[in-house]
Design a protein around this ligand. Sequence first.
Ligand code: T3D
Length: 267
Amino acid sequence: MSEPLVRIDHSGAVRTLTLNRPQALNSFTTAMHEELRAALDQAAADRGVRCVVITGAGRGFCAGQDLSDPAIAPSLEPGAEPKDIGALIERCYRPLALRVRTMPVPVIAAVNGVAAGAGANLALGCDLVVAARSASFIQAFSKIGLIPDCGGTWLLPRLVGRAAALGLALTGDKLGAEEAQRIGLIWQCVDDAALPDTVSTLAARLAAMPTKALVQTRLALDAAGALGFDEALQREAELQRELGRSHDYLEGAAAFLQKRPPTFKDR
Ligand code: T3D
């Protein structure tokens, strides 16, 4: 049987999805898109999953679109009809970016190596990005005449501000993981050897937390950018009203008062 393009592993309540085309730095073919989306849908539907980790096999995280995929690779024949890249984005990258951003559980990107183009923005769209010190982030699009996609135009300025977003996107320069942490592009940079343990400890910790509150926090932060201050306050009140009625809030508050560890179970 051939190797899956996305390996699926499960430990406790943590589902790990490993992009598995190491020979091409895990760049996206249409088939890998389909497997990743199916694996994310499956994790979203499985109430036993409370945290998802996305990582890459081999020395790379993901080098973005596979530029040699016959489905999209430009024909070099003179006069050939250009491929419709917009259709590829609509069919593959838009649903992927939305799927990650609306997962009902926290999602961690464990960036084990280079993350370029849509691969960089797949990672940046996750809730927490932990990268190995040798990893790097490249907005490679400008080098091939494209703009940042997979959410890059929305994510970059929000993460690092307009100046750094434009610096990264226009130059397409490689940004090392340490610098990425320093400018706030990612959450954490760790020594290469420490990446697996750091991520599994973090994932297990998030999996034991009140999932609904974590996910509503992501959604509220994402929505707040388009709201006025008072509207954001109103949204906070609505969400607290809803969460305040949840099992996890009652459990969290009771556990604090009774000086015992909480057991969260909402999802
Ligand atoms: O159609 C569209 O383009 C629309 C979609 C847009 C979304 C996008 O993601 S656009 C951006 C696409 N990605 C890139 O432009 C990045 C291309 N890759 C690179 O610039 C470099 O590979 C890296 C900087 C990421 C890493 O460099 P390095 O020197 O560490 O590795 P390498 O030797 O370049 O790559 C190793 C192998 O992976 C190599 O294959 P080989 O020669 O050993 O058989 C290379 O061709 C392959 N590879 C790397 N990236 C891609 C790729 N093959 C196909 N597509 C790739 N994107």
